[in-house]
Write a protein that binds this ligand. Structure first.
Ligand code: NAP
Length: 282
C-alpha cells in the first residue's frame, strides 16, 4: 500500500497567504523525495495557542512562526535554543525525539551562512541598519560569532536602545546612532547590512540614504524580494561585494528542514524555486 500520510510542517502567520517560503520548502521536499508537506496557515494572535495545540496533536515535525507570532509562541513551547533565548524570538518550532517542543531562531543563522563564504565575521566592524526582528537576530548571531564592533543605525533611536543594551554584554563595542539624511558609513567598517524593510517590493527603487561605500566593504541586504535591491546597486556601483536577502531566506529555510528532518537540503534547488516567484530586479 502507498503511504498517504505525509509528515507535516508549515507556517503560522497573519497575513500568510503571500508567504513564498512554501515554494522553496516544497521544492526541497520534491528534490529529495521526502514525503512531507509545508502548509501556510492563517492564524490570528487569539488563535495561536489552539494552533500550536493542533500542530502537536496532528504530529507536526515542526512549524515556522512569522509575524505576529515570533515572540508569543515562546510561551507555548517547552524550551529555547541558546540564541533564540538571547534574541527572545522564535521562527522555527521543532518537535524533539522525546516529544518536547524547542524554539529555534534561524533568521540570523541563515544570514551568517550566507556571509561566511565571503568573510569571517569574527573581529569585524559591522554597520547594521535597523532594530527590528531581523536586525536583532542578525546582531545576536554576529556577536556570538565574535564580531568585535557593531554600529547600530536606526530611524527610531528609542527602538535601537534596547537592542544596544541586549548586545552590550555580548561583544566589546556597540554604538547606536540615529539614521541621518545622508548617513555616511565609517570607513573602517568591513560589513554593512540593511536589516530594515526599506526596498521591499513594491518599493523597489527606494534605498536607505547611505553614502561612503568603499570597495573593501561586504554589503548585505535582508530584503529577499527583489534580490538585487537599490541599496545593493549603490554598493555594487562603488565596487563592493554584495550579498542578497534571498540567500538568507533560503538558508534559514534549509536550516529549518535540517532541524525537522535531519538532512541538509540542496540550497540551489530552493533558491531557484523562490527566485522564479519573485519580482524582476529594479
Ligand atoms: N531574508 C530573510 O530571510 C528575512 C528574514 C526576516 C526578515 N526579513 C526582512 O527584513 C525586513 C525587516 O523585518 P523585521 O522583522 O525586522 O521588521 P520590523 O521588526 O518591523 O523592523 C523594521 C525595521 O525597518 C525600519 N524601517 C522601516 N521603514 C523604514 C524607513 N522608511 N526608513 C528607515 N527605516 C525604516 C524600522 O525602523 P524604525 O524602528 O525606525 O521603525 C525597523 O528598524 C523585512 O522586509 C523582512 O522581509 C528577511
Amino acid at each position: 500500500m502507498p503511504d498517504f500520510l505525509p509528515a507535516l510542517t508549515g507556517c503560522f502567520a497573519q497575513p500568510v497567504a503571500e508567504n513564498p517560503t512554501v515554494v522553496m520548502m516544497e521544492a526541497a521536499f520534491r528534490h529529495h523525495n521526502l514525503h512531507c508537506r509545508y502548509i501556510n496557515m492563517e492564524v490570528s494572535p487569539e488563535n495561536l495557542a489552539d494552533a500550536v495545540r493542533g500542530a502537536k496533536a496532528q504530529g507536526y515535525l515542526g512549524f515556522n512562526c512569522s509575524l505576529p507570532h515570533k515572540i508569543a509562541v515562546i510561551s507555548h513551547l517547552d524550551g529555547l535554543a541558546p540564541s533564540a533565548a538571547i534574541i527572545g524570538a522564535v521562527n522555527c518550532a521543532v518537535r524533539q525525539p522525546d516529544g518536547r517542543w524547542l524554539g529555534e531562531n534561524t533568521d540570523g543563522k541563515g544570514f551568517l551562512e550566507s556571509l561566511r563564504p565571503l568573510i569571517n565575521p569574527a573581529g569585524q566592524h559591522v554597520v547594521l541598519f535597523g532594530a527590528g526582528g531581523a536586525a536583532r537576530a542578525i546582531a545576536v548571531e554576529l556577536a556570538l560569532a565574535g564580531t568585535t564592533r557593531i554600529t547600530l543605525i536606526n530611524r527610531n533611536p528609542d527602538r535601537a536602545a534596547p537592542l544596544a543594551a541586549l548586545l552590550a554584554p555580548l561583544l566589546p563595542e556597540v554604538v547606536s546612532l540615529p539614521l541621518t539624511h545622508p548617513t555616511t558609513l565609517p570607513p573602517d567598517a568591513s560589513i554593512v547590512i540593511n536589516a530594515t524593510s526599506v526596498g521591499l517590493f513594491p518599493d523597489v527603487s527606494t534605498s536607505l540614504p547611505v553614502t561612503g561605500f568603499l570597495p573593501h566593504m561586504i554589503v548585505a541586504d535582508v530584503i529577499p524580494n527583489p534580490p538585487q535591491t537599490a541599496f545593493l546597486n549603490l554598493a555594487a556601483a562603488a565596487g563592493c561585494q554584495t550579498l542578497d536577502g534571498l540567500g538568507m531566506l533560503v538558508n534559514q529555510g534549509a536550516l529549518n528542514i535540517g532541524y525537522w528532518l535531519g538532512i541538509s537540503p540542496d540550497r540551489s534547488v530552493m533558491r531557484d524555486a523562490l527566485a522564479a516567484v519573485f519580482s524582476p530586479n529594479p
